[in-house]
Design a protein around this ligand. Structure first.
Ligand code: EPZ
Length: 439
């Protein structure tokens, strides 16, 4: 198991390019199950969860080819309609295969994902949506089995704006008969990106990225001879292998962007993020400015610098466009160093404070009460042996360690590798002292 060894106290300085969004790439790759036409997805980050998605698609009968960040998903023959437990247990997003497979083949069998470190994470909203579209379901040895001769479009109002349920239903609705309206839909930029990809496949999706998504279903999705606006079509798109198909470039990763900006602020640094999208990060940039950072954003870049100790700024996590739950943990690390005391409220997941106890090991003053953390800023943190327990909690410990005095040994880096590509290599380019060791 790999660990990071981090010598803290060096301000991050310089420019770094942001990668493609993990949480946009995952559903887009899975949406290729809706079609047999070849799909080229560009700007796909090289992450553990993405490699797990490749294995998932291969286990269902797709062929994957990749070259750098460009991925081609190709048909090989008939697709399986049963997702393997071995893969679903590693990555909960695997449950997104349910929508496309059910809609296309009239049946699907998916293991019910168990809870994970950050919460129970049930899938009742997904299932309720499929039922509304006419599917029947039963459980069999830990799997949910769903059937529907043909899904029928309907108005579905989600109990809460679940990202995964919105994505699953959008994909299913593309092959349902008639019109589906998803009300109280999640509005995350990743959903807008999925909608754009589905439309490139030939679907008719409107309103993705708003609270009401409308999908006009059709019999099949075959793509088109396609190119990405403003960018020369790839050789694959022009080549003989792609008479019809879909080409799409994934949006930049707003959570990776936010993590790097927060790390820069925590170390009193000054960085430029290239390829980042400020419009996707409004709530975070506002909080960073309130904490005293100087932020300047333009087309395809964000600059941030913070010369003094941050001011204490409380946050409450909310579905988009609110402050993202995925940046709550890194924000807590920054606030541990703030002048003053603040409250951090987690409203999206019920158990997303596992990093707090590790931060306390580094000298932080954090008190938990239910879904609220009270963080009293300290002038400095100290390096210590600590352990990551989920992707973003792990990233928060990297942020704290970069800012702390002395050496931190951070174990269970595999959690971080699920969501951040070669984080240590990229941070070194910004002047950090961080290396990976195998133990
Ligand atoms: C997505 O998870 C992201 N994952 C998560 O990122 C992110 O934290 C989350 O959205 C919220 O923004 C991917 O995109 C792959 P939800 P998802 O369904 O879709 C409850 C990361 O670190 N809920 O919006 O699973 C659920 O328990 C990860 O990159 C139900 O009760 O999130 C949670 O409390 C972690 N029933 C809340 O809704 C359901 O059927 C939000 O979950 C579905 C969800």
């Amino acid at each position: 198991m790999d660990s990071f060894i981090i010598e803290g106290g060096r301000p991050l300085k310089g420019a770094i390019r942001v990668g493609g969004s993990k949480n946009a790439a995952l559903p887009i790759l899975i949406a290729t199950l809706l079609t047999d036409c070849p799909c080229e997805i560009d700007n796909v980050p090289n992450l553990r969860d993405i490699r797990t998605t490749f294995r998932l698609l291969e286990s269902l009968g797709k062929r994957i080819e990749y070259d750098g960040d460009a991925v081609r998903v190709l048909a090989t023959g008939r697709l399986e309609t049963r997702a393997p437990y071995e893969i679903v247990k590693q990555m909960r997003a695997s449950v997104l295969v349910a929508g496309p497979l059910l809609a296309r083949f009239g049946t699907v069998r998916v293991p019910i994902p168990g809870g994970c470190a950050i919460g129970m994470r049930p899938i009742d909203i997904h299932l309720q949506g499929f039922r509304a579209l006419g599917a029947t379901e039963h459980e069999e040895t830990g799997d949910v089995v769903m059937r529907a001769a043909r899904l029928k479009g309907r108005r579905v109002r989600l109990r809460l704006p679940s990202v995964g349920a919105t994505e699953n239903l959008m994909m299913a609705a593309c092959l349902a008969s008639g019109l589906t309206v998803i009300a109280n839909a999640a509005q995350e930029p990743e959903i807008e990106d999925l909608g754009a990809f589905l439309n490139r496949l030939g679907a008719s999706v409107e309103g993705a990225g708003t609270a009401t998504v409308t999908v006009r279903g059709g019999a099949r999705l075959e793509g088109a001879v396609n190119s990405i606006p403003g960018r020369a079509p790839s050789r694959a798109a022009l080549g003989r292998a792609l008479p019809r198909g879909a080409v799409h470039a994934v949006i930049p990763d707003r959570i990776e962007s936010g993590t790097l900006l927060i790390a820069a602020a925590a170390t009193g640094g000054s960085v430029r993020l290239e390829g980042a999208c400020a419009a996707h990060l409004e709530a975070v940039l506002e909080s960073l400015e309130a904490a005293g950072s100087r932020v300047r954003a333009g087309y395809g870049f964000i600059d941030l610098s913070l010369a003094s100790r941050p001011k204490a700024v409380g946050i409450r996590t909310l579905p988009y466009p609110g402050f993202p739950t995925d940046l709550q943990a890194p924000w807590m690390s920054l606030m541990c160093l703030a002048r003053g005391t603040c409250l951090i409220r987690e409203t999206v997941f019920e158990n997303r404070f596992l990093h707090a106890a590790e931060l306390v090991r580094m000298g932080a003053a954090v008190r938990l009460r239910g879904s609220t953390a009270r963080v009293e800023g300290r002038p400095s943190l100290n390096g210590a042996p600590v352990m990551a327990s989920d992707i973003r909690g792990g990233a928060a410990l990297v942020v704290a360690a970069l800012a702390a005095k002395g050496r931190t040994i951070l174990q269970r880096v595999y959690h971080i590798d699920r969501g951040y590509e070669r984080l240590e290599v990229r941070l070194r380019r910004l002047g950090a002292s961080i290396r990976r060791v195998r133990r």
